[in-house]
Design a binder for this molecule. Structure first.
Ligand SMILES: Nc1ncnc2c1ncn2[C@@H]1O[C@H](COP(=O)(O)OP(=O)(O)OP(=O)(O)O)[C@@H](O)[C@H]1O
Length: 335
């Protein structure tokens, strides 16, 4: 059974962190978060939300403008060398693998991080097997696909991991089957006692794999908690999605919903999405079936409201805040 480390002291503790780049870009704005050992913590946000900037400050590649970062109680800003010893990071950029095979690269990383030769060999073989990389393990890096290169980079990081593991979009380019294997290995690192910080754009996957998460928008944390906490009241609601024959019909359905809605209906192209309370589910199904029989809609589905729906409501289009409508920020979710 999984060890429960949730009540333990944080291994990573970020307090009121602000980072201004030159030319006035505020990439992180008053961010606070805590990650204990044994937890997979997700960082979600649009392109440019400030996720990579946060990781770079933790390992001392960028210096905070204000605020503090503590790793296991020690000041990581004052001692970036300590931070790098304790952290293992898989960066967003692909690892340079030209001229080496995945097996060689993984073993080499394990050796650099202090493993003995036998131990490095054993761990490389174990990771290659766990991620089903055997067919490419001894192929030179310049002949590998993007997905295999990314999985190799994960294995290099996981070969002899530090206590704080940071992964910047590790599932990019990875096929769905190996992606699932990868989530298993990420979980395994937390079960070993690592604190894992995971940057991802994939809200659907994050919902299944992380225990807590923070949503970043324009450098700020706009929501933080467990997936269930972030879904809040929406966790008991349903999502009716309808495909209309054309965009005008979808717009018309959104402006006059046939079933009582618990949030404004959203039309996008031929799709219309309505959030409804569970008590209206039977009415919604009856209405949608009739509409489809009459040919007024083409398809429909009724599913539980997901974290992705909440995320889209929180950060909207990712445009600057003052261009967005006010429904995008629910301050009550901010921890
Ligand atoms: N070295 C830099 N100098 C100036 N501005 C920067 C620098 N690095 C990042 N930025 C800016 O800081 C903001 C946050 O960038 P960051 O890379 O942290 O976002 P991100 O959430 O990781 O994005 P993505 O999902 O695209 O990787 C962006 O506006 C970006 O343009």
């Amino acid at each position: 059974m999984r060890k429960d480390h949730h009540e333990g002291p944080p291994l990573l503790e970020v307090e009121q962190l602000t980072k201004d780049y030159r030319r006035g870009v505020r990439a992180n704005d008053d961010i606070s978060l805590r990650v204990p050992a044994g937890q997979v913590f997700g960082l979600l946000g649009h392109n440019g939300a400030g996720k990579t900037t946060l990781l770079n400050q933790v390992i001392g590649l960028a210096r905070p403008t204000r605020g503090s970062i503590r790793i296991d109680g020690a000041d990581a800003v004052a001692d970036p060398a300590m931070a790098r010893r304790v952290c293992s990071m898989q960066p967003q950029a692909q690892a340079p693998l030209d001229g080496v095979t995945p097996r060689q690269a993984i073993e080499l990383m394990a050796r650099i991080r202090g493993a003995r030769r036998q131990q490095a060999r054993h761990r490389a073989a174990e990771l290659i097997d766990a991620l089903d990389l055997g067919s490419w393990a001894d192929t030179l890096g310049d002949r590998l696909s993007g997905g295999v290169r990314r999985l190799t980079a994960f294995c290099m990081m996981a070969a002899e991991p530090g206590r704080l593991v940071m992964l910047d979009e590790p599932t990019n380019d990875v096929d769905p089957v190996r992606r699932r294997l990868l989530w298993g290995q990420i979980r395994a690192l937390a079960d070993l006692g690592c604190a894992v910080v995971l940057v991802t754009h994939n809200v659907v996957e994050a919902e299944r794999a992380v225990e807590r998460l923070a949503v970043l928008d324009q450098g700020r944390v706009v929501a933080q908690g467990t997936p269930a906490e972030l879904r809040g009241d929406d966790g008991d609601r349903l999502r009716l999605e309808v495909v209309a024959p054309d965009a005008a019909a979808a717009e018309a359905l959104a402006s006059a919903p046939a079933v009582p809605a618990s949030a404004p209906a959203v039309a996008s192209g031929r799709r219309m999405v309505l959030t409804i309370d569970a008590v209206h589910a039977a009415d919604a199904l009856r209405w949608a079936q009739n509409e489809r029989t009459a040919g007024r809609i083409e398809e429909f589905s009724v599913t539980p409201v997901s974290l992705e729906d909440v995320y889209i409501r929180l950060v909207g289009s990712g445009r600057p805040r003052d261009e967005q409508t006010e429904e995008n920020g629910d301050a009550s979710l901010v921890a």
